[in-house]
Design a protein around this ligand. Structure first.
Ligand SMILES: Cc1cc2nc3c(=O)[nH]c(=O)nc-3n(C[C@H](O)[C@H](O)[C@H](O)COP(=O)(O)OP(=O)(O)OC[C@H]3O[C@@H](n4cnc5c(N)ncnc54)[C@H](O)[C@@H]3O)c2cc1C
Length: 464
């Protein structure tokens, strides 16, 4: 059988006088998947070919559907991904979902090793009454909505209210608050999805309050995100100065204050000391508030937050609470990986030891690995996935070299196409990319995202 994208045969193992390579399937074309491919292709000990599967017609994972639209520099890592894809031993097999279009057993039978890099895209819930009311959303839905992920285009995002509450104390919470409460013209020059831009243009939101369960010294924001708050043209960042003074007093008693905590506290202090500029919008960060209940009859009308305190080195519920009227609540309290048949999960991640996927009894499953957020849970920036993937690939190569290559000469994309599955290959993805870039260019934006699978397949030339 021939491949949709021809690939030269780099040879090492000899099976029945045909020279073949090891073949590795990577499932999930986010940063972890690409970095795993890079680690496999960059080493010279073992000859491998890589097929990178992706459930959407578009690759890049959260670099496309997670990273905030007003952070274009971070998205430039996609150039690295495209360079990795240029390797003739690499193939993209997109618009193919593991568990829907192909099973793990099939991949394991065909490939010498399978690496799962499927991320963690389900939002953790708050587990409080009222969470299912209209206007209560998870960042796992709201973020892909504004980033044009085809599964979230029709999300109901009520923006006809003046105050939004964002639950969480990390960069995702900050991204959400910014998108809700920056000047629309700051978003209009980004690659934000058109439907989101239109909805946010009509938005009445004036204030986003980020509520953190613990104190300023425990917040997981990175300092750059905090400092950026001071550069927003139409938004006042607000932090209670007393909260920061108290946090500085608490940390003064620590034997050593880690650099990131020290820098965050300095940034919080600078923000808290800046007088309000009387701008049209506000982003406030409040500490020691834990969500207890979302109130409303048919939509969110207010949130009840328990007041915590830091007592004897521990966060304690004081028993007191405040109620803040609001019409939108977005929780950004972490992510879990969607369960896949035949795999064990621990705390929302694939059960593994150092990337080797484990069965329920703790034994490793031969030839099956995981990387990225599916392996570690939702922590770490894009670069974290690079070191992590190369560590796992090192183990994979050690394991793989102890047996001969399976030597299948069938190409999986061809098998799938014969089954009637519309596969998007690298050339076709690049047509989608070109179409988006040129739509962006004519609108004076970096990219005009296509947000439906049908539209993507049309741009790819897969659908008339
Ligand atoms: C909202 C948000 C903003 C972020 N902003 C930043 C930032 O500004 N800077 C930064 O450094 N980091 C940021 N991060 C973190 C960064 O995005 C992650 O570290 C990184 O994306 C994790 O990579 P991954 O490959 O494990 O997962 P993902 O990026 O989620 O990629 C997983 C891929 O697998 C695919 N997939 C899932 N299931 C299947 C299946 N069954 N079959 C086939 N394919 C499948 C998905 O479609 C996706 O393309 C952000 C994260 C979030 C959530």
């Amino acid at each position: 059988m021939t491949s949709l994208a021809s690939r030269p045969n780099h040879s090492l193992t000899v099976v029945s006088s045909v020279i073949v390579n090891y073949r590795v399937a990577i499932v999930g074309a986010g940063p972890a998947g690409y970095f795993a491919a890079q680690a496999l292709l960059n080493q010279s000990e073992t000859q491998v070919e890589v097929d990178l599967f992706e459930r959407l017609p578009t690759p890049w994972g959260l670099v496309r559907s997670g990273v905030a639209p007003d952070h274009p520099k971070i998205k430039s890592v996609a150039k690295v991904f495209e360079k990795i894809s240029d390797d003739p031993r690499f193939r993209l097999i997109a618009n193919v979902e593991l568990g829907r279009d192909v099973t793990l057993d099939e991949l394991q039978a065909h490939y010498d090793a399978v690496v799962l890099s499927i991320g963690a895209d389900l939002g953790r819930t708050l587990g409080i009454p009222g969470e299912s009311l209209r206007g209560s959303l998870s960042s796992a839905d709201f973020v892909p909505w504004y980033n044009g992920h085809p599964d979230y285009v029709d999300l109901d995002v009520p923006l006809d209210v003046e105050r939004a509450i964002v639950i969480g104390a990390g960069n995702v919470a900050m991204d959400v608050a910014r998108v809700l409460a920056v000047d629309i013209e700051e978003l209009a020059k980004t690659d934000i999805a058109d439907h989101a831009l239109e909805a946010l243009r009509a938005s009445k939101i004036k204030e986003a309050i980020i509520c953190a369960r613990r104190g300023p010294e425990h917040a997981a924001f990175t300092v750059g995100e905090l400092r950026d708050l001071l550069d927003l043209d139409a938004t006042d960042p607000i932090i209670d100065a007393d909260a920061i003074t108290a946090a500085l007093a608490r940390t003064a008693a620590w034997p050593e204050v880690p650099k990131d905590v020290r820098q965050n506290l300095e940034a919080f202090k600078t923000i808290s000391e800046r007088p309000s500029q009387g701008r049209a919008k506000r982003i406030e960060i409040r500490f020691f508030l834990a969500p207890r209940e979302i109130i409303g009859s048919d939509r969110v009308e207010a949130i009840v937050l328990g007041i915590n305190a830091f007592v004897d080195g521990e966060i304690k519920d004081t028993g007191e609470s405040i109620t803040i009227p609001c019409g939108l609540v977005v929780s950004a309290v972490g992510y879990t990986t969607k369960a896949l048949d035949g795999l064990e999960f621990v705390k929302g991640s694939i059960k593994n030891v150092e990337g080797r996927v484990l069965q329920a009894n703790g034994d490793a499953i031969a030839g099956l690995y995981c990387v990225g957020w599916a392996k570690r849970g939702p922590s770490g920036v894009i670069g974290t996935n690079k070191h992590d993937a190369s560590d796992v690939v090192e183990k994979l190569l050690t394991d793989i070299s102890s047996h001969e290559a399976k030597g299948s000469d069938d190409d999986f994309d061809v098998i799938l196409t014969e089954r009637g599955i519309v596969v998007v290959n690298l050339g076709q993805w690049r047509k989608i990319n070109e179409a988006e870039l040129s739509a962006g260019e004519s609108a004076g934006r970096p990219r005009g995202k296509i947000v439906t699978t049908d539209g993507m397949l049309r741009a790819a030339g897969n659908r008339g």
